[in-house]
Design a protein around this ligand. Structure first.
Ligand SMILES: [Cu+2]
Length: 177
């Protein structure tokens, strides 16, 4: 009974808040979007050194060094707006579950194609129950050095699995310049 009352109270409070602050809720939502727009707008202005772009990155085992044979596939959209890099993508069909290496099962690494390099950023990886498919994302600011690496095609996405701890899928971020 108490629980029901509490639930009602919550619902009422929620309902009241949304009814009362209808304009505010709307305002907050568009405010959020506007903030995003303003942020990328600001970065675009301050960035200046590089052209904003959006790239499609294909993940595969044969980009690994040495190459990995896997049924796993994936892709990502990598965008650069000013000095803000945004990564969004998915992968599936891994040979074994994703496993965390250095705090995440997926990272942005620094090295040209054909070479292995250090982790630059961990990716936010959300795996399914079996761990063999996932979605991932990242939004981060690049230093001038990292911008240079981006423009030189020396950043790559890498995903680590139990049977391929050194990486099962790799996708070189290659600017179309
Ligand atoms: Cu990694």
């Amino acid at each position: 009974m108490k629980r029901t009352a509490l639930l009602f109270a919550c619902l009422f409070a929620f309902g009241a808040a949304s009814a009362q602050d209808d304009t505010m809720t709307g305002g907050m939502m568009s405010g959020g979007m506007m903030t995003g727009g303003m942020m990328s707008g600001g970065s675009m202005m301050s960035g200046g050194a590089s052209m904003d772009q959006s790239l499609e990155v294909t993940l595969s085992g044969d980009q690994q060094v040495p190459p990995v044979t896997t049924e796993g596939t994936g892709s990502a959209t990598v965008s650069l707006a000013g000095d803000t890099m945004t990564v969004r993508g998915d992968l599936s069909g891994l040979s074994s579950p994703l496993t965390e290496v250095a705090g995440s099962s997926g990272h942005v690494h620094l090295a040209p194609a054909g070479e292995n390099g250090d982790v630059v950023f961990p990716l936010n990886v959300s795996a399914d129950e079996g761990g063999t498919s996932a979605i991932f994302s990242l939004s981060t600011t690049l230093t001038p050095e990292q911008m240079d690496a981006f423009n030189a095609g020396e950043l790559y996405l890498n995903f680590h699995t139990e049977t391929n701890q050194g990486g099962e899928l790799r996708g070189q971020i290659t600017p179309s310049l």
